[in-house]
Design a protein around this ligand. Structure first.
Ligand code: AMP
Ligand code: TRP
Length: 324
């Protein structure tokens, strides 16, 4: 059985990019693999976040994952900070990583841009991510396109560690979906859809009201050519709508491009498909949020399971490096 792991930041409700690029793959993966999924609350501390916001976003993100179909009887679901081995391994890996390679990470450059003072955790963020993965002997990491560079770093750190200290870590591989790996902002289709940087009209929340989804897709930026072509470079807005429709209907985006006579038809079909795909998730989400005790028990059990697996690898790594 393959071992699969992925994680998400506690940004509250999921957006459509998170769901199509990542979480949907996780739900399928749990059926066949030994799977670990978690909420990276420690990574959230790399930017300034109010404690009460972090607390409530962590709960909401956990509820969103369960509502999307993660099943705690089929996967291990937990909160990163509840498993102390993640920070334990991070230090060991920080002493394997070089300052220069961390400076080259595009996410560090993007998130650090324009800040008066950049937290050092933002620089070492990808090392914590490498620890997240390497603790569990993982084969595959299902993520959106934006995480490929971090996965490459994780592989490099693992290979470097194994060469220097002896075979300790399994070398993981990123698994990026064919469609949906990079959903773009509806208002600014050359930027990826994201919770933090987008305009509110550009991001579809998985828990959005159907009327909001309709409004956002109706106002989505297309272009003046009136052509419906799947061409990211020259028609990014239209291509993004085709990509979304393709991901939620499992139909080929090139064939979909031939089906519609005008943007109005494409937008109408996309609106209906997105609303239908998200409706059950949204309904379950509000039920789960009502059951706070159950949610807490699920996360507690998940972190206990994760911790027992992680401890074995951490002990191996410590001893390989010569710690008594
Ligand atoms: P984050 O919210 O940054 O923690 O991302 C959680 C997961 O969603 C990661 O696997 C990302 O690669 C994926 N993801 C985030 N934004 C997008 C997007 N716009 N399109 C596709 N996948 C995304
Ligand atoms: N960096 C990832 C993101 O921003 C989140 C993450 C942290 C992650 N640790 C991970 C993803 C381990 C996959 C595996 O989306």
């Amino acid at each position: 059985m393959a071992k699969v792991l992925s994680a998400i930041q506690p940004s509250g409700d999921l957006h459509l990019g998170n769901y199509l690029g990542a979480v949907r793959q996780w739900v399928t993966s749990q059926e066949e693999n030994d799977s670990y999924f978690f909420i990276v609350d420690l990574h959230a501390l790399t930017l300034d976040i109010a404690p009460e916001t972090l607390r409530s976003n962590t709960v909401k993100t956990a509820a969103s994952l369960l509502a999307s179909g993660l099943d705690p009887t089929k996967c291990t679901l937990f909160v990163q900070s509840h498993v102390p081995q993640h920070t334990g391994l991070t230090w060991l890996l920080e002493c394997t990583a070089s300052y220069g390679e961390l400076l080259r990470m595009t996410q560090f450059k993007d998130k650090g841009k324009g800040q008066d003072s950049v937290r050092s955790g933002l620089l070492t963020y990808p090392v914590l991510m490498a620890a997240d993965i390497l603790l569990y002997d993982i084969n595959f990491v299902p993520v959106g396109d934006d995480q490929k560079q971090h996965l490459e770093l994780t592989r490099n750190l693992a290979i470097r560690f194994n060469n220097r200290y002896g075979d300790t870590f399994v070398i993981p591989e990123a698994k990026v979906p064919e469609v949906g790996a990079r959903i773009m902002d509806l208002q600014n289709p050359t930027n990826k859809m994201s919770k933090s940087t987008a305009t509110p009209l550009g991001t579809i929340g998985v828990m959005d009201d159907p009327s909001d989804i309709e409004k956002k897709i109706k106002k989505a930026v297309t272009d003046s050519s009136m052509l419906i072509t799947y061409d990211r470079e020259n028609h990014p807005g239209v291509t993004n709508l085709l990509e979304i429709l393709s991901a939620v209907t499992d139909m080929n985006p090139l064939q979909l491009a031939e089906k519609f006579a005008n943007y109005g038809e494409l937008k109408k079909a996309t609106t209906e498909a997105v609303i239908e795909a998200l409706r059950p998730i949204r309904n379950r989400y509000y039920e789960i949020l009502e059951e706070k005790d159950t949610l807490r028990d699920i996360l507690k059990e998940g972190s206990e399971k994760a911790s027992s697996v992680a401890e074995v690898t951490l002990a191996k790594a410590r001893s390989a490096m010569g710690l008594l």
